[in-house]
Ligand binder design. Sequence first.
Ligand SMILES: C[S@@+](CC[C@H](N)C(=O)[O-])C[C@H]1O[C@@H](n2cnc3c(N)ncnc32)[C@H](O)[C@@H]1O
Length: 237
Amino acid sequence: MILRIPEPEVMNDPLQVDAYAAADFSGTDQAMVERICTLLQSSGASFGAKSRLLDLGCGPGNITARLARRWPHCSVLGLDAADRMIAVAEDRLRDFGLSHERLRYKKASLPIHQADQPADLIVSNSLLHHLHDPQQLWSSLIPLASPHCLVLHRDLRRPDSEASIDQLCECHVADAPAVLQRDYRASLHASFTLDEVKEQLLHAGLGHLRVVAVEDRYLEVSGWIMGCQAGSDQRRP
Ligand SMILES: C[S@@+](CC[C@H](N)C(=O)[O-])C[C@H]1O[C@@H](n2cnc3c(N)ncnc32)[C@H](O)[C@@H]1O
């Protein structure tokens, strides 16, 4: 087992932001949207006209924009602590043919313990491993959630040896720009194991959420939580 090595939390370095925004993550981004559809379907739930979808650590908006396109009647909000990521996400709104009316981006740093508007879906992708304290994410979920909120969090999971890290880098980023290769390796070192995430969730009172390994390098946390706020419009199962 190798020890976790945290990496810088917020991605504000222009080189890093540009490389990330230029990379093609469409496969994993689309998989996230499809996974949400499957989770809704298997619970017999759907998003209503006033449902609110929230993407934490949204980066350049890759997944946020996909949410807005897939559920055009919902209002979608992307939050990120990095000014530069938010600026790129805003610039891309037009490229995606989306308007500020239903897709907004806002600079905000986790943890967030008070929500203006409760969310019916809270997602994050590749956020958890950036956080120096994972409770920044988990402790934010209940305050941000509507009374019946679907959550889906995906991230890398930490391999158990340096050799496995080398292998994953070789397999997945060998042809990527140098800055992405560096960041990918750092992210694998900074990520958590399945057992660590299960422990974090127990500590946060979210032990009922499902934690599973996905493919050779990801972990996924999913399930339904009861938020502390009222007033959303989700059609419950
Ligand atoms: C690897 S990027 C993932 C971006 C996006 N979710 C995606 O999948 O394309 C991680 C993002 O989390 C943001 N982040 C890190 N720490 C944060 C915090 N405490 N609060 C909010 N955002 C944070 C970073 O600035 C960065 O944009």
